[in-house]
Design a protein around this ligand. Structure first.
Ligand code: FPP
Ligand code: MG
Length: 339
């Protein structure tokens, strides 16, 4: 997604939308979102503006604002200004979390560009994340008290998901269940709120808002699980990030957890590597290669596709038509980006 200088040709949607009239409306509104976002990253401190603009203009799928705009289309007034504001809120919150996440992961690449911590340093990256989060909170206040409460609860879930990722599953706790809980928190929460904000400010009834929120939670979880699969399966040209980061950090994501559950006698070396320190480049490369060839990769992909189906089933709360179809495509797109 390129920042817009006012021209629609500079904005492309996060996924194909079959209905031309719907695609045109979404593109027009995404142009407004991009213009507003470019304004929201301006700080009084030049270095923060530079660092905040850096990842904003480096690209990104703009998945969350796209879902706000799309969910709003299920309501009576999808063109409302609040819908655009809500789309900015979720993207700024997401972007803030990326600056902090890259510090925690010591990541070098983000959105195909140098991460802020690599290009500047950890202090700049953390302050920029704080700044973007405060901007997002200021904007949320424009949406009223309920929106502030929803945003606060969402952020608690998001941060707690991230905290839980650093904590081992408790005794007797299933590691896969623990991990799915982490993912629902750190990614499902904000994508659920994207759908909720879109529905609410676009003017759907309560039943549709609840269905879209539940849909967003599952699609968001599937999105993060796809990301985990891509972290192992893809090269950096495709993902815009350094492959195998989770593995190097010792974060056991879906493919690793599934490989452990379905380990065969010939997987002894992989299990040994998974239990060791993978900061060494050659051990890391060996583990990555063994994992890429393991049947657990397909098990993980099948799981993500099944979650997308579950999300799509919730869309029966909406009348059939182009908006429902686009939301179905959105769920499929999330699931199949890792297949
Ligand atoms: C990506 O995980 C990380 C998140 C979705 C959330 C991280 C949240 C925080 C660090 C808290 C943010 C706090 C403030 C105040 C802004 P990942 O590392 O698995 O994904 P990646 O592959 O995209 O890096
Ligand atoms: Mg990360």
């Amino acid at each position: 997604m390129s920042p817009s200088a006012g021209g629609q040709e500079l904005v492309s949607l996060a996924m194909p939308v079959a209905d031309e009239a719907l695609a045109r409306r979404l593109t027009e509104r995404m142009v407004r979102v991009e213009e507003a976002l470019a304004g929201h990253v301006q700080s009084r401190a030049r270095f923060v503006t530079d660092a905040a603009s850096h990842l904003m203009s480096a690209g990104g799928k703009r998945f969350r604002p796209m879902l706000v705009l799309l969910a709003a289309e299920a309501g009576a007034h999808p063109e409302a200004d609040e819908v655009i504001t809500a789309a900015c809120v979720v993207e700024l919150t997401h972007l803030a979390s990326l600056y902090h996440d890259d510090v925690m992961d010591e990541a070098a690449l983000r959105r195909g560009a140098e991460s802020a911590n690599a290009r500047w340093d950890n202090h700049v990256a953390i302050l920029t994340g704080d700044f973007l989060f405060s901007k997002s909170s200021e904007l949320t206040a424009e949406l009223g008290a309920d929106a502030v409460r929803i945003q606060a609860q969402t952020f608690t879930r998001l941060v707690e998901g991230q905290i839980q990722e650093t904590v081992q599953p408790g005794p007797g706790e299933d590691p896969l269940a623990h991990y799915l809980d982490v993912v629902a928190g750190k990614t499902g929460s904000l994508i659920a709120t994207s759908a909720r904000y879109g529905a609410r400010f676009g003017g759907t009834d309560r039943e549709v808002e609840e269905a879209l929120t539940a849909y967003g939670d599952i699609v968001g979880t599937a999105f993060q699980l796809s990301d985990d699969i891509l972290d192992i399966a893809s090269d950096s040209d495709e993902s815009g990030k350094t492959p195998g980061t989770d593995l190097r950090e010792g974060v056991p994501t879906l493919p690793v957890l599934m490989a452990r559950v379905s380990a065969r006698p010939e997987d002894a070396r992989l299990l040994e590597l998974l239990d060791s320190d993978l900061s060494d480049d050659s051990l890391h490369a060996e583990a990555l290669a063994l994992l890429r060839a393991h049947p657990a990769m397909d098990d993980a992909r099948d799981y993500v596709v099944a979650r997308a189906q579950e999300a799509k089933a919730l869309l029966t709360a909406l009348p059939p038509g182009p908006v429902r179809e686009a939301l179905e495509t959105f769920a499929d797109h999330v699931a199949h980006r890792s297949t």
